[in-house]
Design a protein around this ligand. Structure first.
Ligand SMILES: Nc1ncnc2c1ncn2[C@@H]1O[C@H](COP(=O)(O)OP(=O)(O)OP(=O)(O)O)[C@@H](O)[C@H]1O
Ligand SMILES: [Mg+2]
Length: 195
């Protein structure tokens, strides 16, 4: 980590750890969270899985992209498995939003990450701290399996199009956070949180 970042008070990283909404407000003050994005961020600290059901174009993918950056900024080491039902959803939407919000970060923090076409890496330790984008296909359920980290997060955009087998394979045996963007999957109060 650079000296510029080290100069940031340790306090702020502690505040951000469980407060993704504060992170968004501090990092992107020119693009403050929508009210629902604030509510969704508030659910993360107390729930291992959060799913978002909503209409189109309200900012779900942007919120997921910001969660990738927040997770990477506040945990060490960290890994994030990102998936979506098609490569266009994954790369044209989620990975593109990730590039957008990464580019709008304050310089010193932006420099900690490197955006690549299929990976988003922590520059200081790219082998153990990174997000990876893999299209979810039923015939390759292992796409997100095999990722291990003390700080594991899964991001599933357009979750209704993703086969259950992918969810099961990715979640097995992990301590994980799980953020889905879910237009119409049936609520299951045992497993997921809806609002
Ligand atoms: N809080 C915000 N401030 C400024 N711009 C935002 C914010 N949230 C989202 N956006 C922007 O709004 C646009 C639409 O957002 P996004 O693509 O995330 O919506 P979506 O709900 O995923 O849409 P879809 O239903 O098509 O998947 C994007 O350009 C995104 O960067
Ligand atoms: Mg979207």
């Amino acid at each position: 980590m650079t000296a510029a970042v080290r100069k940031l008070s340790e306090d702020i990283f502690e505040q951000w750890y469980d407060n993704p909404d504060q992170f968004d407000r501090d990092i992107w003050p020119e693009a403050l969270p929508e009210k629902w994005q604030t509510e969704a961020s508030g659910l993360i600290a107390s729930h291992p899985r959060v799913a978002i059901r909503s209409g189109h174009g309200v900012g779900k993918t942007a919120w997921l992209a910001r969660r990738i950056i927040w997770w990477g900024m506040t945990r060490h080491p960290w890994k994030i498995g990102c998936t979506a039902p098609s490569s266009s959803t994954l790369f044209d939407a989620l990975w593109s939003e990730l590039a957008k919000w990464h580019s709008k970060m304050p310089e010193a923090l932006k420099a900690q990450f490197e955006w690549k076409s299929e990976r988003f890496e922590w520059r200081a330790s790219p082998a153990v701290s990174y997000a990876v984008a893999k299209t979810a296909r039923r015939e390759t359920p292992e796409a997100l399996a095999g990722l291990h980290s003390e700080n594991m997060l899964y991001i599933i955009d357009e979750a209704p199009g993703v086969d259950e087998v992918i969810f099961e394979t990715s979640a097995r045996g992990h301590e994980y956070g799980w953020l889905e963007n879910d237009h119409d999957r049936q609520p299951d109060p045992q497993q997921r949180v809806f609002f």
